[in-house]
Structures are given as C-alpha cells and as structure tokens.
Ligand binder design. Structure first.
Ligand SMILES: Nc1ncnc2c1ncn2[C@@H]1O[C@H](COP(=O)(O)OP(=O)(O)O)[C@@H](O)[C@H]1O
Ligand SMILES: [Mg+2]
Length: 634
C-alpha cells in the first residue's frame, strides 16, 4: 500500500473574500506575521537600528515554514513539479442528474496519492426562489403555446417543469437548501507517465458516474493552491446543487484496516489493500465468527491460528470435528482426544493453582470453583427443583470439605481435590439428594463412567493444544466442552501470556443456559488475562435466543461474518445492525469472503491462504487425500 493522503477542505464562506482570517492564522503559525513586530507596544522605545537588529535576528530563527517548504516548485502549463513529485489538478465540470450516495468512496480508496478539496457555498434561497418562479412561468407558457398551436406535447418540457416545481416545494418547506459546489482533485506521481496513468484511472472512475473532469491547464498553480488545506478556492468553477446530492458527495467509508504489525486476515475487497492488524490491540481480543456451513469458518480460524503461532501466541482449541489435527501435528502441538475410551482425563473438581490478584483471596478460589461446578452439574442433571438446587450447592461444599478444603483453607489449589465419585457418595447420604446421586451415577459407574470421575492427567505445556471431542456422544459434548473450558480457564489464570482460545461449533454451549452463562463469564473476563476467545458458530438462532448471546457479542471487538444462508441472514442483520447492502453482500459472497468488523471499522474481506497453508488447514476431501498420498509417498 502506498502512502495515501486525502484531505478535505470545505468552506461555507463567500467565494470572493480577499481578506482571510484563516490565512492570517496560518501565517502566524508559520512565523510570517510581520505585523506583530511593527505593532509591538514595547517596540515604541526602539531606535531604527534596534528594529533592524531584531529583524535580522528574527530572520535567522528557524521557522515551521523552513521545515515544511519544498526545496523547489516548478509551475508548468500542464503540471507542477514539487521537489521530485509531479502534481496535476483536475476540476469537475459536469455533474450527472442522478448520483449514488458515497460515490466518492472508490476514488478515495484508489491506490494513489490524491488531495481532494470540496468547496461548498450556501446560496440565498430568496434569489433562487425568484429565479425558479420565473423559470416555471417560462416553462408553463412554452407548454401552453404548444397546446394552442395544436402541436403534440413535449415530454422534456414537462419533466423540466415538474423538476422545477418539486425543487420549489422543497425549498419553500425548508427541506432542501441550495449550494454552490466546487470540487478539485490534485493527483501526485513520481513521473509524468505514472501521473498520466493515475489521471486516466480517476477520469474513468468518475466518468463512469458521469462526473466529468478536466485538468486546470495553464492554471496549475491556482489548482494546486485550491487543494492545499488553505481554504482558498482560486479556480472557482462551481455548480448549483441542493442538499441531497451534495450530502452524497461526502466519502463516508474509511475501510482501511492496515497496521504495521499483527497478522494478515485477508484482502480488502474495496481496494485490494491488505487487512493486517493485531486483535490484541483492540479493546478486547475476543472474536465471533459467523457463517453457514462450509463457508470457511474453521478455515479462517485455522489460518489465524497458524499466523498467530508465528508471533509466539499460545493457542488452545476445542475441536468437535477432529479437523485441527493436521495443523496441530504440523506445528508440533499436542492433541487431547476426549472420549470414553481415551486415556486422557480431566477432573472437574480441579482448583486453580497460585492465581493472582483479587481472585486469589482465601475462599474466593473455592467459591468460584463451586459456582462453575454447580453450572456443570446442572448441565449433567438436567432440570432440577429449587430444593434440589440448594441440596446440590451444599453437597459440593461438603465434598470439598471431606478433603479438608474449606473457605478458610490457605492455598487450596495445592491440596488433593475430590472427584465426582465423592460427590455421588455425599448426595446419596443427603436427604433430598438421592435422585441426583442416581442420575450422576451414570457418569461414575454407568455408561459414561471413567470420563469425568478420575484425576486429571493432561498437561498444558505446549504452544498449541487441541481438545478433540468428536468421538463423544452428542449429549456429552456440552458437558465435555464445559469441563475443558474450566480446565483451560484454571490454567490461564495462573500465568499471564498472550493466548487464543478457539471454540469451534460454539452453539454446542449456547443451547443450554448454564453452559452459555459459563462461556459468557470467560469471554467477559478474558481481557484481564490477555486471552482472546474465538467463538465459531453457524447457528445464529442459538445466539439470538440465548440471553448470553448478545452480551458475548458486545464483549467481542472483532467480528468476522462470512457467507450467510437466506434463513439466518435476517436474524444476523438484527444482531449486528447490518445495512441492507451488507446483508446482500453476505448472501452473495463466495467461500472465504465476508465482512470483518474491528470495533467500528467494517471491511469487506476475502480470506486467502498460501498453498502451503492451504495444505495444513483444508478439509476438502480431494485436498486431504492428495496430502495423505503425498505423505505416504515420502
Ligand atoms: N478462504 C478460503 N480459501 C480457499 N478455500 C477455502 C476458504 N475457506 C474455506 N475453504 C474451503 O472450504 C472448505 C470448508 O471450509 P470450513 O472452514 O471447513 O467450513 P465451515 O464454515 O463449515 O467450518 C475448506 O476445507 C476449504 O477447502
Ligand atoms: Mg467448521
């Protein structure tokens, strides 16, 4: 991307003002205001010699002007050479009858150095009304004359009359005002050839909208001055325009999202620039990724992971499809398959070790853990009565107490924690807890035994860790994700590091209130722990219906919306306040294309991967097979 300056100068003042307060101010800023010396009160006592001395001294001072002034300017008939840069100014001489809002945006986004100046002079309504009245009378009598002579009607006359009448109505009601509008564009380039090319580009871009321009030949200096930020219209080629078309000339879009550090997210579809930024620079590093199935959600997330790994960021993934394996192997990461048969176990009763800050107060660790556990157990138990809820709460604390872990215990994180088995024992011996004990037995002795009731034997000591839950039964997935997130969350809080946590198919969690609440808790607090949570989902409805969907989105500074299906796009539009244009863009874009919102910036983006990257992140069967064959061949 080359440097691009676009300046705007708009002035509501009279066009033919000789004395310009703004110019005086600029003179003063540049140290050019000689008048100050002459009118200086103390100067009265000075002799002429003293004045000369002071004048000499002042001339020897370094001024802003010395620093910013070009070394030389050559003014020619067709262009100006400022230092080594060629400049040419164009003025607009024809405006179309109809113009679209934001028509200037494309020009602004052109990959060239341009200065654009717009001069807007308010006209007096009174004079215009008078003139319009005359015009209407003329048109009417022309029409009548045709009628009297028996000639067929002239549609152009009628259209002109209608236009004039409409404008009169609008002006009379004060809905519109009349202005004079001048627009000048100065283009810069290193040589004449390139200057010519930029001129042709701009001319064809604007010409396509019937905004026609000409160079200010023989008046290059005036043209150039008019586009400097001096508020000086020395060209004075102005056209009448009323409020609405004038408003459409304001270039609202600033869709550049290029920073000098961070990772590449894709290519800006407005102007082909690169979308590069660091999500950790945003107010929070969380991201929501929405798209229909197969639109490239996981692909985008994997690319981002790959690129952040190179910056040393730690990555953890909850992978419900076992599709991050390839990537994980390539970067030497660890993957932890979770299933009944797997040897890996995570104990939901784990407590975080040595966490810092307010969370580390005695009792606080246990209290927070008990709340999380409570949410998890409600997920496992299904609907329970308020009475049972109370019993459960007490049983959790009792279970910890059996191991000597109470709210007063110091460093509870270092003590041996109970397991689900202990809780079932406690419930079975508590009045009102027997039913819950029975249900939970499914996880300790029944069909799901082994998975959640053993001590943890997973270590988080790799830059990339993937938790695979594909081989778990559908109904166990929300529970497993909950436990994994709790486990990750405990580890995250013990050491401050840049981390990204990717939760693919997050609707698994959003469909239950308890797991959605837990996810929201993590998303909300992630910023404090230097964590960026990426939630990927195709099911917008789960987000819309959950009371925690909206808060998760408002706590995420980055949103990536890829291709949407007609069924979900309306819900998405409401959720993100999309314009109609953005909605249709999302309906019509291809795989890997969409819109990226980073705070208030909206960028149409195309996610692209290099061939080596594609090999690691694709799930297209043909690509995967080719990669497998290649592996076998080696
Ligand atoms: N930006 C992209 N460039 C090229 N191919 C892509 C891109 N995004 C997705 N694909 C292709 O589409 C397939 C499906 O994408 P995937 O991310 O798995 O979809 P989903 O949105 O369901 O997670 C990928 O395996 C890949 O082959
Ligand atoms: Mg996917």
């Amino acid at each position: 991307m080359r440097n691009q300056h676009t300046r705007f100068v708009a002035t509501p003042t009279e066009s033919s003002a000789f004395h310009h307060p703004l110019l005086d101010a600029i003179d003063e800023l540049l140290g050019l205001n000689r008048a100050i010396l002459a009118s200086d009160a103390e100067g009265n006592d000075l002799t002429n010699d003293d004045r000369d001395l002071i004048k000499h001294y002042e001339e020897g001072l370094q001024k802003v002007l010395d620093i910013i002034a070009p070394a030389g300017v050559q003014i020619r008939t067709k262009d100006i050479i400022v230092n080594d840069l060629y400049a040419r100014t164009l003025y607009v001489y024809n405006w179309p009858n109809y113009i679209y809002p934001n028509w200037l945006a494309q020009t602004i986004n052109l990959d060239a150095t341009i200065d654009i100046a717009q001069f807007i002079y308010p006209s007096s309504n009174k004079a215009i009304m008078k003139m319009l009245k005359k015009k209407v009378a003329e048109l009417r009598s022309s029409i009548r004359m045709l009628e009297q002579r028996g000639i067929v009607r002239d549609p152009t006359l009628e259209a002109a009359l209608q236009d004039a009448e409409e404008l009169r109505d609008l002006l009379a009601r004060g809905q519109e005002k009349l202005f004079q509008f001048g627009m000048y564009i100065t283009i810069y380039a290193e040589d004449e050839q390139r200057l010519k090319k930029v001129q042709t580009d701009i001319e064809s871009l604007l010409g396509g909208k019937l905004v026609l321009t000409k160079p200010t030949y023989f008046q290059m200096e005036h043209g150039w001055n008019s586009t400097l930020p001096l508020c000086l219209d020395e060209v004075e080629i102005n056209r009448n325009m009323n409020t609405s078309p004038l408003a459409s000339s304001f270039p609202f879009s600033s869709s550049d999202l290029t920073s000098d550090h961070g990772v590449l997210y894709g290519i800006n579809r407005h102007n082909e620039s690169l979308v590069i930024f660091d999500r950790f620079d945003l107010p929070n590093a969380n991201c929501n990724l929405f798209a229909t199935s197969g639109a490239g959600k996981s692909f985008t997330a994997k690319l981002e992971i790959l690129r952040y790994l190179m910056l040393g960021v730690e990555v953890m993934v909850v992978d419900p499809e076992n599709e991050y394996t390839n990537l994980c192997e390539a970067v030497g990461g660890t993957f932890v398959p979770l299933s009944i048969q797997s040897k890996y176990r995570i104990n939901p009763f784990d407590l975080p070790k040595a966490i810092r800050g307010e969370d580390a107060a005695p009792g606080e660790i246990l209290r927070a853990a008990a709340i999380n556990l409570h949410g998890l157990l409600r997920l496992m138990l299904g609907p329970i009565t308020p009475g049972e809820d109370g019993v459960l709460d007490k049983a959790i604390m009792d279970t910890y107490a059996l191991r000597g872990i109470t709210v007063t215990a110091e460093n509870p994180g270092d003590m041996e924690v109970p397991t689900l088995h202990d809780l079932v024992d406690v419930l079975n011996t508590t009045e009102g807890g027997e039913n819950m004990g029975l249900v939970l037995q499914k996880y300790t002795e029944g069909s799901f035994a082994g998975l959640f009731n053993k001590r943890t034997n997973v270590e988080l000591d790799n830059q990339m860790i993937v938790f695979q839950i594909r081989d778990l039964e559908e109904q166990l997935r929300p529970i497993a994700i909950y436990i994994v997130l709790n486990f990750i969350w405990n580890r995250i809080r013990t050491e401050l590091k840049k981390r990204i946590l990717v939760i693919d198919e997050a609707w698994n969690l959003m469909q239950y209130e308890d797991s959605a609440r837990f996810l929201y808790g993590i998303v909300k607090r992630a910023r404090k722990y230097y964590l960026g949570v990426t939630t990927i989902t195709q099911d917008v409805d789960d987000f819309v219906e959950s009371p925690f969907g909206k808060p998760i989105i408002t706590n995420s500074s980055l949103q990536i919306l890829l291709k949407q299906s007609p069924a979900t796009v309306d819900a998405l539009q409401k959720l993100f306040y999309l314009t109609d244009g953005e909605k249709y863009l999302l309906l019509n874009c291809g795989v890997g294309q969409g819109i990226l919102f980073a705070e208030h910036k909206h960028v149409a983006v195309e996610v692209i991967a290099g061939p080596e990257e594609t090999k690691l992140v694709t799930t297209k069967p043909a690509d995967v097979k080719a990669a497998d064959d290649a592996k076998k061949a080696v």
